[in-house]
Design a binder for this molecule. Structure first.
Ligand SMILES: [Zn+2]
Length: 140
């Protein structure tokens, strides 16, 4: 990166070669990665090759390019496998109710199921039937 000073370039390369560039993603020509730095949380730097644009979440303001962006630039050239193509989001977005259930412990889930069975016995019958069917299929 010609825009980066030599020192920034060196530091950026050092970051890359020490494996500080954590997992990255690629969306078209936009490369983005998390870079481990001195802060407790990694910075996120990105480069858009098509738009010739870049940015970083770090507070560096002394030049147009910070070492994290340089590290990403090196990673694109030398270790493009870091950047995984971003999959399109599944159409089915997670049901918030389902997410809430996943947060529950086994005991809480059982309790919930127990309550449900008292309120809606027919639902429990259906549930039990389906479970039985599935078990039968699995066991042949
Ligand atoms: Zn930065």
């Amino acid at each position: 990166m010609a825009l980066a000073g030599l020192e920034v370039q060196d530091r950026g390369y050092a970051l890359f070669s020490r494996g500080m560039v954590l997992e990255g993603t690629r969306q078209g020509k936009r490369y983005s990665a998390r870079i481990k730095g001195s802060a407790p949380y990694p910075y996120r730097a990105w480069i858009d090759l098509e738009k010739q644009d870049w940015g970083c979440s770090c507070p560096y303001t002394w030049g147009p390019v910070c070492k994290h962006v340089v590290a990403v630039a090196y990673a694109i050239q030398e270790a493009p496998e870091i950047f995984q193509a971003k999959r399109r989001r599944k159409k089915k977005t997670a049901d918030p109710k389902q997410l809430a259930l996943q947060e529950l412990s086994d005991e809480a889930l059982l309790e919930l199921l127990w309550e449900l069975s008292e309120q809606r016995p027919e639902l429990m019958e259906e549930f039990a039937y389906n479970l039985l069917q599935r078990t039968r299929e699995e066991w042949g």
